[in-house]
Design a protein around this ligand. Sequence first.
Ligand SMILES: CC(C)(COP(=O)(O)OP(=O)(O)OC[C@H]1O[C@@H](n2cnc3c(N)ncnc32)[C@H](O)[C@@H]1OP(=O)(O)O)[C@@H](O)C(=O)NCCC(=O)NCCS
Length: 98
Amino acid sequence: MPIAAGRVIIEERYNTAQVERLSVLPQFRRKQIGVQMMQTVEKFIREHHPDVTHIKINAQTHAIPFYEKQGYHVTTPEFMDNYIPHRAMEKNLYGVQK
Ligand SMILES: CC(C)(COP(=O)(O)OP(=O)(O)OC[C@H]1O[C@@H](n2cnc3c(N)ncnc32)[C@H](O)[C@@H]1OP(=O)(O)O)[C@@H](O)C(=O)NCCC(=O)NCCS
């Protein structure tokens, strides 16, 4: 049975990838599985899409600390999506402009 899921949309022409719908089953949360999912996504992008330099996420506001711990930073004020507060976040995969 899968215990976590998510999807990544590669947007080569913008040198970005968008991570969406990341989720871990409640009973498996806070066991570093979300971090492993994000590390797997980043490794996949580095290996298969070298032109992608940035990952973007529309993060649910409550999850911002989870992404900040992995080097993502907030880029927008809060906005509502499907009645849930969100903020856009971004990470430069290579630390500096590539
Ligand atoms: C957000 C989510 C994916 C995190 O997955 P997880 O497996 O529980 O996270 P991890 O155990 O890998 O957490 C890594 C670190 O982030 C922290 N963290 C995780 N979720 C957090 C939260 N909601 N608020 C604050 N810190 C959080 C953990 O404490 C941990 O910190 P540490 O490394 O100092 O111990 C999971 O809580 C989830 O599925 N939530 C419901 C769906 C959702 O909101 N998805 C995000 C949509 S943008």
